[in-house]
Design a protein around this ligand. Structure first.
Ligand SMILES: [Zn+2]
Length: 264
C-alpha cells in the first residue's frame, strides 16, 4: 500500500511505509486507533441510513465489496417477511432497484405479496404494455395516447410489465413505490422469467378473453412465453412494441373489442 485511503487522525501525515518502519508498540497503537475510527464511522453511516430509510441501499452497496458480505445479505434476505414488517409503507424518497438482489428488498416484496392478495375484477380485454423508463408508466410518450383512449373502458384492464415490480395495473401506476423506483435493466434472463411469471399469474386471475401484448425486447418475449404456459394461445395477440404505431394499435384494439361485443 502506497497511501492510506482514510483521513483519520491516527494515520494523518504518514505513509503506510513510514508506519511499517515504526517499532511494534507505536505501529500497533496507530493501527488500533485507525481501526476504531473506521468502526465508528461505519456505525455512524449505518445509523444515518436507518434514519433516512436507506438501510437496504447501504446493505446492497456493501454486499458487492466482498463475497462474504453478499452471502450475509442473502441470509438477511431470507427473512424478508420480518424485514417487511418493520419497513415504513411510505418513505420520503424513492428506492433503487439494481436486479435480482434488489428484488428481495422489503418494498418490492411487499408489493408482490399485496398484489397476490387482492382479488381483481374479471376483465374482457387486457392491454399489456411495457413499463419503460418514464414514470408513471402511463406518461410514456409511446403509450400515452393508448392509455388515455382505453383507461375508462370498463371491459379493458391496462397492465404494465415492469422490471422491478412485474405486473403493474394502471390503478397502481402512480402509487408508492412504483412511481418512485429508479431501476436498472440487468438484461438477466432469469430475472425476466421470474417477473414474467408474476405478470402471467396476475393476468390469469383476470380471466380475460383477449390479451393484447406490446412485446418489447427480451423481457416482452419472456412475458409472452409465460402467458402461453397459463392461458390458451388464441387469447394472446402480440405485436412488436418497438415498431408500434399508437393509432393503428388503438384501431386494432377497438376492432377486437367490437368483435367480442358482437360475439356476446
Ligand atoms: Zn486511518
Amino acid at each position: 500500500m502506497e497511501e492510506f485511503p482514510c483521513l483519520c487522525q491516527a494515520c494523518a501525515g504518514q505513509t503506510p511505509r513510514e508506519v511499517a518502519s515504526l517499532g511494534s508498540p507505536e505501529r500497533e497503537r496507530i493501527l488500533s486507533r485507525h481501526n476504531l475510527q473506521a468502526c465508528f464511522s461505519e456505525l455512524k453511516r449505518i445509523r444515518e441510513a436507518i434514519r433516512k430509510g436507506r438501510l437496504w441501499d447501504l446493505l446492497e452497496h456493501r454486499a458487492y465489496t466482498h463475497p462474504a458480505l453478499k452471502r450475509c445479505l442473502n441470509r438477511i434476505a431470507d427473512h424478508s417477511k420480518e424485514l417487511e414488517r418493520y419497513t415504513p409503507v411510505i418513505k420520503p424518497h424513492g428506492i433503487f432497484y439494481f436486479g435480482n438482489l434488489s428484488a428481495k428488498r422489503p418494498e418490492i416484496q411487499r408489493y408482490k405479496w399485496r398484489l397476490a392478495g387482492v382479488r381483481p375484477a374479471r376483465k374482457t380485454v387486457v392491454l399489456l404494455l411495457p413499463g419503460r423508463w418514464r414514470r408513471p408508466y402511463r406518461e410514456d410518450p409511446r403509450y400515452r395516447s393508448i392509455v388515455s383512449r382505453f383507461q375508462d373502458e370498463k371491459r379493458v384492464q391496462i397492465i404494465f410489465y415492469s422490471i422491478p415490480f412485474g405486473p403493474v395495473p394502471l390503478e397502481l401506476d402512480e402509487t408508492y413505490p412504483v412511481a418512485q423506483t429508479e431501476s436498472l435493466d440487468s438484461k438477466d434472463p432469469t430475472e425476466y422469467r421470474a417477473k414474467a411469471e408474476l405478470v402471467a399469474e396476475f393476468i390469469r386471475r383476470l380471466e380475460p378473453r383477449l390479451i393484447l401484448l406490446s412485446k418489447e425486447g427480451d423481457y416482452g418475449g419472456a412475458v409472452g412465453k409465460e402467458i402461453l404456459k397459463l392461458i390458451p394461445k388464441p387469447k394472446l395477440l402480440s405485436t412488436p412494441g418497438e415498431r408500434l404505431k399508437p393509432d393503428s394499435f388503438i384501431r386494432l384494439v377497438e376492432k377486437r373489442i367490437e368483435r367480442l361485443r358482437i360475439a356476446d
